[in-house]
Design a protein around this ligand. Structure first.
Ligand SMILES: NC(=O)c1ccc[n+]([C@@H]2O[C@H](COP(=O)([O-])OP(=O)(O)OC[C@H]3O[C@@H](n4cnc5c(N)ncnc54)[C@H](OP(=O)(O)O)[C@@H]3O)[C@@H](O)[C@H]2O)c1
Length: 244
């Protein structure tokens, strides 16, 4: 069993029919990613929970040391055997997840550029105008992920992921009896493989949807999913699932 309540290798529909494609956790024996999670908010803590489920080490980053420590302590209670730490800035690591609002994501990508060199940088943001809810805030011919790649330079490999999964379901990695599908886009195959490993070891299904510019469609999809929550009374408990 990959985690409480759901065996990802035999997911079934609530009525007992076979559910999603069988999943084989892709984590190779002994593989342990060191992962910074910048922004210990709803998404940062949910991704940290998935990473700890997969046996990876997480460092929760917030400029206020107490905030990072508090989030790490909360996770330690849930995952007593997991390696959990905190810091006030991103550290040397295999991967840094920028679990931040769009503006802060761009800002931190710039200020941490030297540390991020050589790392996989995961952009999860939905660059939506949350005041009006009527548009995205990126220029029309790009995406937040491509902007971040420009900022961090070619020594860091940006992967878009998790922007179409809501924090509530991500905490457990499943929704309505199915492992979550996590759509990822990026230009570097090795970087995408590491993100896929984080996802599948956390008992979810990674789906590679293409190169980094595909983040434009992922961000549009994220915007659509956000915008239908209230009118369709989905209460942030919905997920994108690609069948089979
Ligand atoms: N919530 C979702 O279901 C969901 C789903 C998909 C994608 N996303 C995307 O995920 C990102 C995070 O969303 P969220 O819901 O997790 O937001 P959140 O709960 O507000 O968390 C954001 C975290 O970032 C921290 N932060 C802000 N500026 C920072 C900085 N410069 N350095 C370090 N930490 C900083 C915040 O700390 P303070 O409290 O001190 O500001 C907070 O802990 C957003 O881009 C969102 O679009 C969210």
């Amino acid at each position: 069993m990959g985690r409480e309540g759901l065996d990802p290798t035999s997911a079934r529909c609530p009525d007992g029919r076979p559910g999603a494609l069988p999943l084989t956790p892709a984590r190779s024996e002994g593989s342990n990613l060191q992962i910074n999670i910048v922004g210990p908010g709803n998404m940062g803590r949910a991704i940290a929970a998935r990473a700890l489920t997969g046996g990876h080490s997480v460092c929760l980053v917030h400029p206020d040391a107490d905030r990072g420590r508090a989030a790490a302590a909360e996770l330690k209670q849930r995952f007593p055997d997991g390696e959990t730490g905190s810091a006030t800035a991103a550290q040397a690591a295999d991967m840094t997840v920028l679990a931040l609002p769009y503006d802060a994501t761009l800002e931190v990508a710039g200020s941490a550029r030297a540390t991020l060199a050589g790392q996989v940088v995961v952009d999860i943001c939905n660059p939506v105008d949350f005041a009006t809810m009527d548009s995205r805030v990126t220029p029309a011919d790009t995406s937040a992920a491509e902007q971040i790649q420009q900022i961090v330079g070619t020594d860091a490999k940006v992967v878009k992921a998790f922007n179409t999964t809501f924090a509530g379901l991500l905490t457990t990695g499943e929704g309505h009896g199915f492992p979550l599908d996590v759509l990822i886009a990026g230009d570097d195959s090795a970087a995408k493989a590491k993100v896929a490993e984080l996802i599948s070891s956390g008992a979810m299904r990674p789906l590679d949807v293409g190169r980094l510019p595909r983040a434009r469609e992922l961000e549009a999809l994220g915007f659509l999913l956000i915008s239908v929550q209230q009118p369709l009374e989905l209460n942030w408990q919905s997920a994108i699932k690609i069948l089979p």
